[in-house]
Ligand binder design. Structure first.
Ligand code: ADP
Ligand code: MG
Length: 317
């Protein structure tokens, strides 16, 4: 007889990746089953809404439409406003190592194919080429966004995390559940074996190997890896999808950065920022935010926050 509990799993292609949701526990009645399925439906719906709001690959998204209103204060949805305000604050804090205004740069470097339609996006022609986070203004009282120059926002480092946070709110009453949006995770409670969730961080250079295993409950875990997403197939082999906006070249300090935090949006963005900054300074950024993490350098040197040991090989509370 198995000591495990039932697990209900659903997966869908969304936000350029595969999103999976898993709810642990047995439904005793049809009513319970219907309620659980509806909660999972709502969780997926948030991912669709975030995509419709934040994708720079969709010309009708809220982010893309801002480009038609340069210089105007545009009322923003709570999703766009929340993601952008956090991203701009992190940009300021990191002196631009993290920068949500790199849309046209990403596009010009070959990250320009909409995954769903395979259409090539071409907004770079409308956008100026030397822009940074100072060229966007958010008004916290009026909840508006103003592009001070023509630029394409790229919320690729925050939007998936925000979607995971919103999905988590729909599932948290189930206590034991997991959300995986292509490496951006939230792990609620315990797994089907009634134990803390085990998250394997992929070895950045060895196929089918893990560089670290974490035992977690009620936290988000997000990893940025240089192996995650290549640019177009004819890009040079060491080019990937994380940029150091200060040099406008591929970020090369790290090959993997993982962050554990209570919010997936925070973990997602900080993983990207820590990846760009790298090493001890990257870890210092994580410690300033009171989150834990692990950064692997190009030479496979490991840099970890002091608190990471809580999650390694032991049960985290
Ligand atoms: P993934 O999308 O593979 O989970 P990340 O969370 O690290 O990876 O996000 C990478 C995405 O973030 C890129 O595809 C791009 O959209 C955006 N990005 C890349 N470099 C930066 C940067 N320096 N600052 C902010 N966003 C970035
Ligand atoms: Mg990230």
């Amino acid at each position: 007889m198995s000591a495990g509990v039932d697990a209900y799993v659903r997966s869908t292609a969304l936000m350029g990746t595969v999103v999976s949701m898993q709810v642990i526990g047995h439904c005793a009645t049809d009513t319970e089953r219907v309620a659980r399925d509806a909660a999972v439906d709502r969780a997926f719906e948030w991912c669709r809404e975030i995509e419709a709001c934040c994708s720079r690959f969709d010309p009708t998204s809220e982010v893309s439409r801002l480009l038609h209103h340069v210089g105007e204060a545009v009322p923003a949805s709570p999703m766009l406003f929340g993601a952008l305000r956090f991203a701009l604050a992190l940009a300021q804090e990191t002196g631009g190592a993290f920068d949500p205004t790199i849309g046209h740069l990403m596009e010009a470097r070959g990250d320009n194919i909409a995954y769903r339609t395979r259409a090539i996006v071409n907004t770079a022609a409308d956008a100026s080429h030397e822009t940074n986070w100072r060229d966007v203004h958010v008004d916290a009282d009026a909840k508006t966004v103003t592009l001070l120059k023509p630029l394409m926002l790229d919320l690729g480092a925050v939007a998936k995390g925000l979607a995971v946070d919103l999905a988590m709110r729909e599932l948290r009453d189930y206590t034991n559940f997991a959300i995986d949006a292509g490496g951006d995770l939230y792990l609620g409670g315990t797994n089907a074996m009634r134990a803390p969730w085990v998250v394997g961080i992929r070895h950045p250079r060895e196929v089918d190997a893990l560089i670290q295993t974490l035992h977690v409950s009620n936290v988000a875990v997000c990893t940025s890896g240089d192996y995650e997403r290549r640019l177009s197939s004819n890009a040079p082999p060491d080019e990937h999808h994380i940029i150091d906006p200060r040099s406008r070249t591929t970020a090369s300090a790290s090959i993997s950065a993982t962050v554990i935090a209570s919010s997936a949006m925070v973990a997602d963005a900080l993983a990207t920022a820590a990846f760009v900054i790298g090493g001890r300074d990257g870890i210092a950024l994580l410690e300033q935010h009171s989150v834990d993490g692990l950064i692997i350098s190009k030479s496979l040197e490991r840099f970890a926050t002091r608190g990471l040991s809580r999650y390694v090989g032991a049960v985290a509370s």
